[in-house]
Design a protein around this ligand. Structure first.
Ligand code: PHE
Length: 340
């Protein structure tokens, strides 16, 4: 038995010397120590038939050989692994002249850019940003703004109602009410935000869009301050050469009210398709705050004067960037967005 063991050991050592890979080592291990047909395993099973007197010594030798095989295979495995990583890293050379990997950097959505541009202009003249909820009560969205019960804007067909008294705000004007209830004049705020109207989507309408509303309330404001602020803003946003004109209009919450036009940025006023041959493009609704609105928020209209204006951010973006379909802003087509 001991002789057979010595022969087995020798055959293992020569097999081991041939093994070149982790896989070959695994096969080697199976050949000698495999649970079923391993050569050493079989010999261990044969221990029972060894004469009792010899059994102890043979058993010890069997165990020694088993331990030898295990450590030898483990050592060989480590050697092979470290050699292969050394070879791999030796093959890698660093070519510093290769172009780097370009990381795809995103950028702001054109509507976000326009909104921020407008905010910057107003920050520069002392305004701050105010915020309010997109789900509003009929009181803040209509009543406090002096929009009467039977006004068409209140119609189910124009407004998304969530219940009798709750709706998705149709403009950002309720934020001026909330702010005037919260803060005392002098006030200078702009309120950007999402608004909702039941319009069918087409090239110039979207049921969800962005507005920016402005409000100034102080003791000695005049219509000239209002006009001057509008002109300053529109020239700063579009260009210094932009001309601005005011047309009389009507809003429940302003009196007098105006629609504000700029000279067409596409034909500089010489009439084209975009300005429908008029030379002008409408960009704002605005006016002097109606005393009735001040009454709702508890501001003394004998002492305080206000002006307010509201603009569609999409419209500003369309004019500034020459986009002819509002839907482009919502389709997230990268071919469109990458142009900004
Ligand atoms: N809220 C008006 C609209 O949505 C715009 C506006 C704001 C008009 C402030 C006058 C003053 O059409």
């Amino acid at each position: 038995m001991l002789e057979k063991l010595a022969a087995l050991k020798q055959s293992f050592e020569s097999d081991l010397a041939q093994a070149r890979s982790g896989r070959q080592l695994s096969l080697l291990r199976d050949r000698y120590l495999g649970r079923k047909g391993g050569r050493l395993t079989l010999m261990m099973k044969g221990l029972k038939s060894v004469a009792v007197d010899d059994r102890k010594e043979v058993g010890r030798s069997l165990n020694q050989l088993k331990a030898r095989i295990e450590t030898a295979i483990e050592t060989a495995r480590q050697r092979i692994e470290s050699e292969s990583t050394r070879q791999e890293s030796a093959g890698i050379t660093l070519d510093v002249t290769l172009p780097g990997k370009r990381r795809a950097l995103g950028h702001l959505h054109p509507l976000t850019r326009v909104r921020r541009d407008i905010e910057e202009i107003f920050y520069s003249i002392g305004y701050s940003v105010a915020d309010g909820p997109e789900i509003e009560t009929t009181y803040y969205n209509f009543e406090a703004l002096n929009i009467p019960e039977d006004h068409p804007a209140r119609d189910q067909g124009d407004t998304f109602y969530l219940s009798e008294n709750l709706l998705l705000r149709t403009h950002t004007s309720p934020v001026q009410i909330r702010t005037m209830k919260r803060l005392r004049p002098p006030l200078r705020i702009i309120c950007p935000g999402t608004v909702y109207r039941r319009d069918n989507p087409d090239a110039t309408h979207s049921p969800v869009f962005q507005q920016i509303e402005g409000l100034a309330v102080d003791e000695h404001l005049t219509f000239r301050d209002f006009k001057g602020t509008m002109e300053y803003f529109l020239k700063a946003f579009f260009s210094e050469g932009t001309r601005v004109r005011f047309r009389p209009s009507y809003f429940g919450f302003t009196e007098p009210s105006a629609e504000v036009d700029i000279s067409c940025t596409f034909c500089a006023g010489s009439r084209c398709r975009v300005c429908k041959q008029t030379g002008w493009i409408e960009v704002l609704g605005a006016g002097m705050v109606d005393p009735e609105v001040f009454r709702h928020v508890g501001i003394d209209s004998e002492r305080h004067i206000g002006f307010a204006f509201g603009a569609g951010i999409e419209r500003f973006a369309m004019i500034k960037y020459g986009v002819d379909n509002i839907q482009n802003f919502y389709q997230n087509d990268l071919r469109f967005l990458r142009q900004f």
